[in-house]
Design a protein around this ligand. Structure first.
Ligand SMILES: [Zn+2]
Ligand SMILES: [Zn+2]
Length: 190
């Protein structure tokens, strides 16, 4: 039972982190807010400026400044959540603390690792996967349309909040419209 509740807590927290990532990215990293304006500066004013447009990826062997988050981002995020896990475990008696902490840790590691490879291609194995290429395109569109695609790692919250855009979606619309108009013209003629 204990393992079961830890595993469940792992998946619940991993999923929750998609929403947490979305919220922090949308309301802290893209909005200047005291006392967290350093996150806004580092992300909107520095990261987005450096990796804008054709500069989305650094050239081979190029320097890659301001890709990873500040050193205190992960400890801060974990320290913020741990008391809630402890409180929940204490109140319910369900053993969830370590599973929940691991869910957060793995989400954060996945975020940093994939985001780094998106901007700094290293020829790692994961770069060959289609899901990684999808995420890289998803994040490239975020650098283009700043308040869209606010997830970096798992775009679940983007789907739920309607902030997901895909290259296919933007491109297919004019084509769809043309096909629709052509069909209607042919119908009125016959
Ligand atoms: Zn980025
Ligand atoms: Zn951003």
């Amino acid at each position: 039972m204990e393992i079961g509740s830890q595993v469940l807590a792992f998946f619940v927290l991993f999923t929750y982190c998609s929403f947490f990532e979305w919220f922090i990215h949308r309301h802290i990293m893209h909005v200047k807010r005291f006392p967290l304006h350093d996150a806004f500066r580092g992300h909107t004013l520095v990261h987005h400026q450096i990796y804008h447009g054709a500069n989305f990826q650094v050239r081979p062997k190029g320097r890659a400044p301001s890709v990873v988050l500040r050193w205190y981002a992960f400890p801060g995020m974990l320290l913020f959540h741990l008391p809630f896990f402890a409180l929940f475990q204490w109140l319910t008696g369900w053993q969830i603390f370590w599973g929940a902490a691991l869910g957060c840790t793995l989400y954060f590691a996945g975020y940093e690792y994939t985001h780094y490879l998106m901007h700094v291609p290293r020829g790692h194995f994961v770069e060959r996967f289609r899901w990684f290429q999808f995420l890289r395109e998803h994040h490239r569109l975020h650098h283009k349309y700043m308040l869209r695609n606010l997830n970096v790692f798992i775009p679940l919250a983007d789907v739920c909040y309607g902030t997901l855009v895909t290259a296919e979606g933007w491109r297919s619309k004019p084509a769809k419209r043309r096909r629709f108009l052509a069909r209607r013209r042919s119908e009125t003629r016959s």
